[in-house]
Write a protein that binds this ligand. Structure first.
Ligand SMILES: C[S@@+](CC[C@H](N)C(=O)[O-])C[C@H]1O[C@@H](n2cnc3c(N)ncnc32)[C@H](O)[C@@H]1O
Length: 357
């Protein structure tokens, strides 16, 4: 179990990251928590592998999202308008957390940080456009889908700058803005690619109709990233109206059944974004082998949005980008032959894309 001094160092390291990513609230809180042994002690109740600064910060955010405090919430850019804050956020955080110790410990001992980043749809869309032009109707299988929000890809609106916009059939409450870097043109489709069926697979999916599960997903977004928080809330609202088809299961063992299930609806396109870094190396290789097996039997496409540095063993041509950068690659199996194309380098949350293909 990490000591309080080790936890303090983790908060100092986290503060360096939050400074780099321009998250002033979390930078200030991290600096304060690093010096506060009562707050550090709370995190010691979490399972040893979960004792990370984001867990404590998310747990407090989770309680705040229930709306039973306004003075600390006034410092959270996603919860309050600018100028609402009064007092020292670290002192308010301390009193808020310690006054709710029992509730906080319940969260810290039972939850792991979780993500479902809809901004990643802006990374998938150009590949979906290329595939739809090539093969017609698509059937989307998102592996490690979390709450299945990225299955709503055809329902979001997209704006690539400089570049063009893509609108869904019905007006969308979620607009995904994506900056274009570099000189290469991103092949943004002129119209929304046709996705005839969308299914997700996850070993522990989030139920979008469960208030606590949804609140936890929201709590894991940094409050300084108010735009990211807002688009997540918007996507959850959409998912509650049109619940995505999400299956509980394993990426390797349950993929084939799902691909077979959707094949009658369209050309199967498997996607995974920031999932394969969670698989042990041997399991990741088995996942690739399973896709190869499926692709040798029927035509199949696979769009990968992962960090090559964190996912050794993938068929992704690399140029050693930093760990946090996402590389988009497209793997096609046509007539039993596999081809691999590296498409783009992107921000992990889809804020920008640099096309390479
Ligand atoms: C960081 S989240 C990413 C979620 C989503 N793909 C996104 O881009 O926002 C990783 C997800 O992978 C799922 N996962 C991890 N290992 C898995 C496995 N072996 N089979 C299925 N899902 C898995 C986790 O449950 C989690 O929901």
């Amino acid at each position: 179990m990490p000591t309080l001094d080790e936890l303090a160092d983790r908060f100092r390291d986290f503060g360096a990251i939050s400074t780099r990513t321009r998250a002033p609230l979390y930078t200030r809180l991290a600096a304060g928590i690093a010096e506060d042994r009562d707050l550090l002690g709370l995190l010691q109740h979490a399972p040893p592998t979960q004792q990370q600064p984001v867990l404590l910060l998310a747990a407090v955010h989770f309680l705040l999202l229930r709306g039973d405090d306004t003075s600390l919430a006034a410092h959270y850019p996603n919860l309050s308008p600018p100028g609402a804050a009064e007092g020292d956020p670290v002192a308010l955080f301390r009193s808020f957390a310690l006054a709710r110790e029992e509730l906080l410990l319940q969260v810290l001992t039972t939850r792991n940080t979780q993500t479902n980043e809809v901004g990643r749809c802006a990374q998938f869309l150009p590949a979906f456009g290329m595939l739809a032009r090539e093969v017609g109707a698509l059937a989307h299988i998102d592996v490690g889908t979390s709450a299945g929000l990225n299955l709503l890809l055809p329902r979001f609106e997209y704006e690539y700058t400089p570049g063009s916009s893509v609108r869904p059939v019905h007006p969308s409450p979620v607009l995904l803005r994506c900056g274009v870097r570099g000189d290469a043109r991103v092949p943004v489709p002129a119209t929304m690619p046709g996705v005839a069926r969308s299914v997700g697979l996850d070993q522990s999916p989030i139920d979008v109709l469960d208030d606590d599960e949804v609140r936890w997903l929201e709590a894991c977004v940094w409050p300084d990233q108010a735009d990211r928080f807002a688009r997540l809330v918007g996507a959850i609202g959409m998912a509650r109206e049109h619940p995505p088809e999400v299956h509980r299961g394993d990426a390797v063992d349950d993929l084939a059944a799902l691909v077979d299930r959707v094949r009658p609806d369209g050309h199967p396109v498997v996607t995974n974004s920031w999932v394969l870094n969670y698989l042990p190396d041997d399991v990741r290789l088995r996942y690739v082998a399973e896709l190869d097996r499926l692709g040798s039997e029927h035509d199949l496409s696979w769009v990968i949005a992962e960090s090559p540095a964190a996912t050794p063993g993938l068929p992704v041509p690399t140029s050693d980008p930093p760990e946090e950068i996402t590389v988009i690659s497209l793997v096609r199996w046509r007539g039993g032959t596999r081809s691999v194309q590296r498409l783009a380098t992107t921000h992990p949350h889809g804020y920008w894309v640099q096309w390479e293909a």
